[in-house]
Ligand binder design. Structure first.
Ligand code: ZN
Length: 170
């Protein structure tokens, strides 16, 4: 038998367990984004989870509600997490967000030293992780950010599309 398949906890099993955890957190942020959408904001939400899998902070986009250009879900979640942790350095944390972060949020994620970024869909307009620009791998970044894109992608896409259709039909 080949070595890789005879282990008690094969690598693919660990990978699948990690994937399942990412899917569950993404389902949660999709639910939070739905509430933002009903309140008139573009449905985007984020959550920050520590290395033990404990939720530190979560937030949705509040740009319209707060009349604040910086009130993106990731920024609000990072601010809340830093307050809770009493530290700007969010070491070994994972940030989940439904949409690829914009340049402002990608910058904040890098500054907070988030370990892993998990997001649902690419943003063709302002995505700053890989779509319009790759900030984490650019010369402006002093932090190595691991990224997983496309988790619960179709659900995230559907949610945004439905919201924009509803806004148009208002
Ligand atoms: Zn943003």
């Amino acid at each position: 038998m080949s070595k890789g398949f005879s282990q008690r906890s094969p690598a693919w099993k660990l990978d699948y367990d990690a994937y399942s955890i990412h899917c569950r957190w993404m389902e949660r942020v999709i639910q939070i984004a739905e509430i933002a959408g009903k309140a008139g904001d573009v449905p985007v939400a984020a959550a920050i989870v520590d290395e033990e899998g404990k939720l530190i902070a979560e937030a949705s986009n509040r740009k319209e509600r707060d009349r604040d250009a910086t009130a993106h879900a990731e920024i609000l979640a990072i601010r809340a997490a830093c307050q809770i942790e009493q530290n700007w350095y969010l070491k070994n944390c994972t940030l989940y967000v439904t949409l690829e972060p914009c340049p402002m949020c990608a910058g904040a994620i890098i500054h907070a030293r988030i370990n892993l970024l998990v997001y649902g869909i690419d943003d063709p307009k302002t995505g700053a992780i890989r779509t319009t620009v790759n900030l984490p791998d650019s010369a402006s970044s002093n932090h190595k950010l691991a990224v997983l894109a496309g988790i619960k992608e179709s659900e995230c896409r559907q949610q945004l599309q439905n919201w924009f259709i509803q806004q148009r039909n208002r």
